[in-house]
Write a protein that binds this ligand. Structure first.
Ligand SMILES: [Zn+2]
Length: 423
């Protein structure tokens, strides 16, 4: 039987019990009949996607889910985005994520005393962001340092021929905190330069007409850049070589597209895919079906919304985001696959938890479920459980090495061992 493999990553979906909801998690509260059906008729378990000692980013987590051990392959977040944005990088170059953020805007305080209000400036539109990044490039861009606009607040700075090391902080980790302790240190001239760009960007951006208008419209102004996530050009082994299967990635965000592209997967652009709860769900389903019918036997569908809702601390929206993934992605996918009589394996999981309570990622295990439409004996037992953090933990196996999950999903487990490249 020809099988198609569909992995669905609901970014940041896993969470902690919520005090206001009788100790239930968003996954337990959300009405999600399709995920629950997959889990009940498939296997569930939990998996450690973030290797011990690494920081719980979507970069490391999604790499692991796609089968790449972050300990071996991770070279930083930003380079994946550079690949997705089509920016050429040399081995000696360093690329940085350049967020457009909202800092508190009290008068008569220094830059260091400002508070990180919003790591994404109210999900600023890509149109507005590109104008602001152009202004930043005009002011600070030079022969070896350049700024590129991406999607919404997720932009990029490329520093050619930079040998230095930095210690930079993700802005979504310091929401509502004073930035003083989290700014680049002044240990090197390069680090000072980064700090200088950030400081000066406040003066430039807080007065920019786009931000004056945003304030009028009661939107967070994108009044500073925030540089972090630096890294060098990645070198991933091809997914097709590793697993002997061709595949595609469908995501709104450059990071995930970039990881896919670096792994040799095709990246399908979906018009109106935004990375927010208002994303084009239908478009993602259509793109996935097209990919599956035109040479891809594997698709990786990534939905950013639950993570963003987690960062915002917005419980209702996070629950809604899970329900929408269930009703607008998983339900229609399964229906279309059944209509076309395509046998498939479907895996659903978050990359990492983004607990509403702390509004940032944690490095805890996440639940996964794997369903097989042919119900091969390989799936030893039906779980019979709803898909939740607790059920996955109690009922299922625990995988300490996240990058091995793909072997299980693609049934490459113990087949030959040769795809697992040892030194
Ligand atoms: Zn994530």
């Amino acid at each position: 039987v020809e099988m198609k493999y569909i992995a669905i990553c609901a970014d940041g979906m896993a969470d902690w019990p919520l005090d206001d909801y009788d100790g239930l998690t968003p996954m337990e509260i959300a009405v999600k009949p399709n995920m629950d059906d997959l889990a009940a008729n498939g296997v569930i378990g939990s998996v450690q996607t973030i290797p011990e000692g690494m920081s719980p980013g979507s970069d490391t987590a999604n790499m692991a889910v796609l089968g790449y051990d972050p300990r071996q392959y991770y070279t930083g977040r930003s380079p994946f985005e550079a690949v997705s944005m089509g920016i050429a990088m040399n081995d000696v170059d360093l690329s940085f994520r350049c967020n457009l953020v909202t800092l508190s805007s009290e008068e008569d305080i220094s830059y260091e005393q400002r508070v990180m209000i919003d790591h994404g400036a109210d999900d600023i539109s890509s149109e507005e962001a590109s104008i602001l990044i152009a202004a930043v490039e005009k002011a600070f861009g030079s022969g070896d340092v350049n700024f590129y606009s991406g999607v919404s607040y997720r932009n990029l700075m490329l520093w050619q021929n930079c040998q230095d090391k930095f210690s930079l902080t993700p802005p979504h980790d310091i929401l509502e905190k004073m930035i003083l302790k989290y700014l680049p240190d002044k240990k090197s001239s390069s680090s000072n330069k980064i700090l200088d760009y950030m400081q000066k960007s406040y003066d430039l951006l807080s007065k920019h007409p786009i931000n004056l208008q945003r304030v009028k419209n009661k939107l967070h102004p994108a009044n500073s850049i925030w540089l972090w996530g630096e890294g060098r050009k990645p070198d991933l082994m091809s997914f097709e070589k590793k697993y002997a299967i061709a595949g595609s990635v469908i995501s709104a965000v450059d990071l995930i597209k970039g990881i896919g592209l670096c792994a040799g997967l095709m990246s399908v652009d979906v018009p109106g895919a935004t990375g927010t709860i208002d994303t084009n769900y239908q478009g993602k389903v259509a793109a996935a079906m097209t990919a599956l019918c035109t040479g891809s036997d594997f698709v990786y569908i990534h939905i950013e919304a639950p993570d963003e809702c987690g960062h915002k601390g917005d419980t209702r929206s996070k629950i809604r985001a899970i329900e929408l993934i269930d009703s607008e992605i998983i339900g229609p996918m399964r229906q279309l696959l059944a209509e076309k009589s395509i046998e498939y394996r479907m895996m659903v999981l978050p990359d990492h938890p983004t607990p509403l309570k702390i509004r940032t990622h944690v490095a805890e295990p996440v639940p996964f479920c794997i369903y097989d439409s042919t119900k091969q004996p390989l799936l030893k037992h039906k779980s019979g459980e709803k898909f939740s953090e607790k059920n996955a933990m109690v009922a299922g196996p625990f995988l300490p090495d996240g990058h091995k999950l793909m072997d299980i999903f693609l049934e490459r487990e113990g087949c030959c061992g040769q795809h697992e490249e040892k030194e």
